[in-house]
Design a protein around this ligand. Sequence first.
Ligand SMILES: [Zn+2]
Length: 142
Amino acid sequence: MKYCTACSAEYEDAVSRCADCGGTDLVSADEMHRRGLRLDDDMDTRRFARAATADDPLTSDRFVEVLEAAEIPVFARARSDGPIEPATSGVGWWEILVPEDQVAKAAALIADARAKIEASSEEAEKAATDEEAAGEAQAREP
Ligand SMILES: [Zn+2]
């Protein structure tokens, strides 16, 4: 059997990704124990809490990657503040869940990742503005 590193659900060996968690890797029971993760049976004693939220799935994925790299069990859950009509409203957000005892560590990692994402989008914006300025300068030449 294999187990989901995020929700501990049990799967046949042929399955490689958790259906519930949107593609979380599955590992053997030995690997679960090696990582200090519990199996399905004792899952109810483990409580997950929200470490952060993301406004879009890309940001959510990025946060999950960062936490997985730090070997923190994590899963993201799509939420909606209203009726779910993604095609029309696009209203939704993603909840990043980690074990309660790792929320502080996870939140710090996410704050770091968020700062990096913001820095890179500012850079992209600045590059676009520079290009625009250059274009204008060229246009002004006789
Ligand atoms: Zn799962």
